[in-house]
Design a protein around this ligand. Structure first.
Ligand code: CU
Length: 377
């Protein structure tokens, strides 16, 4: 068992290293290619291609005294079940080793994010962010789980909802290199558990339909204080720029409900082509790795009392969290310059996962759309 864990651990590490290596190689080849176009000598932040696709956070720093307000809306759709790299049906979930009696079938997430940035010097920019979330998850009940179907008024499907404030984060970005159209900055943010992890909703339960605690996949926050270290490298050319960002999200301890999310790492590489100063299109790749959830969520029913040899629902078990994902990101950035409005940016991007390998049984993301506005004050 322990050996298995070590092997798994090594596999995950080699995966991460391979992806970092691959992205570095890509970066190097692009640098050689675009070197041909290099002309100007200063990094210009007032260009549409100076920004990352809008779903990427902490991509830029500001000049001394500048502040920025941002609003982002993100929509995610998870309409399929996945185990490892294979899709599966709800009946396969009910017949799996876990013999679950409830399976998620579809999830929608809506998220509104508000952020403020302020630069106290040309090198140091402070950031804060929070979100409002709305999660919806549809479920199927195993046809043999008669007490649950009775509690659900004879129906084999039900929906759970959760909405409210998400986690709050604050930190800084420090630019330590800015020469020959190359900028490098590092960042460190801390998240605070302002998002609730004790949201309840009316769901079918053995004694009837009642308000019960929802599994962590539906909760609004992580419940933990997490560190988010990041490093961003940007290189600008005449009509083109590319950048690379490595980022982690590291929970520090178990939350009040007895669990924490797995450690997360993301490598992102993006290219941006500037057609005119006010319009750029970008193409990016993101590799996200997240470990399994650690601990057991308190106050959740793990085994149904009418069939104790079975398990309740996949989302109640930490082994059904985390995995790998590669997204392709396609986006557009617009900068608005008029006599009245200046420093306003409108951007949108679409993320489409092209590879997913999920731990245990999960629902699979097929698309994430982000739309955002940023105004420099
Ligand atoms: Cu900003």
């Amino acid at each position: 068992m322990q050996q298995e864990a070590i092997v798994l651990h090594k596999m995950r590490h080699s995966h991460l290293l391979k992806s970092i290596f691959g992205i570095l190689l890509l970066l190097l080849s692009v640098t050689c290619f675009t070197g041909l176009f290099a002309k100007e000598n200063r990094f210009n932040t007032n260009r549409a291609d100076a920004h990352a696709p809008i779903s990427i956070m902490g991509d830029h720093t500001h000049s001394k005294g500048e502040s920025m307000f941002s609003y982002r809306y993100m929509y995610m759709e998870m309409p399929k079940l996945i185990s490892g790299t294979n899709s599966l049906s709800t009946s396969e979930v009910f017949n799996s080793d876990g013999r679950y009696v409830v399976s998620p079938t579809y999830m929608y997430m809506h998220m509104h994010m508000i952020g403020v940035m302020y630069a106290s010097s040309d090198n140091l920019t402070f950031t804060t962010m929070t979100s409002f979330r709305y999660n919806i998850m549809d479920h199927n009940i195993f046809s043999g789980a008669v007490p649950l179907i009775e509690a659900n008024e004879g129906s084999e499907t039900f929906r759970a909802r959760a909405s409210g404030l998400g986690d709050f984060s604050t930190g800084f970005l420090y630019k330590f290199f800015d020469r020959k159209r190359i900028r490098i900055h590092g960042g460190l943010e801390l998240t605070f558990p302002s998002g609730s992890i004790t949201i309840k909703d009316r769901i079918p339960s053995p004694g009837g339909s009642q308000r019960s605690l929802l599994p962590s996949a539906m909760q609004l926050g992580s419940g933990t204080y997490d560190f988010i270290p990041s490093l961003t490298y940007q290189h600008q050319f005449r009509f083109y720029s590319y950048a690379f960002q490595v980022k982690g999200r590291l929970p520090t301890a178990l939350n009040k409900q007895g669990y924490r999310n797995g450690h997360m790492a993301e490598n992102i590489f993006w290219n941006s082509i500037r057609f005119v100063d006010w319009f750029a299109m970008n193409l990016g790749f993101s590799y996200i790795f997240q470990g399994r959830q650690v601990g057991v969520q308190n106050d959740l029913l793990l085994n149904p009392p009418f069939a104790p040899e079975r398990r309740t629902v996949t989302t109640a078990f930490g082994e059904n969290y985390g995995g790998d994902r590669i997204d392709v990101i396609i986006g557009m950035n617009f900068l608005v310059h008029t006599a009245r409005i200046n420093g306003l940016r409108f951007a949108t991007d679409i993320r489409v996962p092209v590879y997913q390998r999920r731990n245990g049984i999960q629902i699979e993301t097929i698309i994430a759309v982000t739309v955002g506005l940023q105004q420099i004050l």
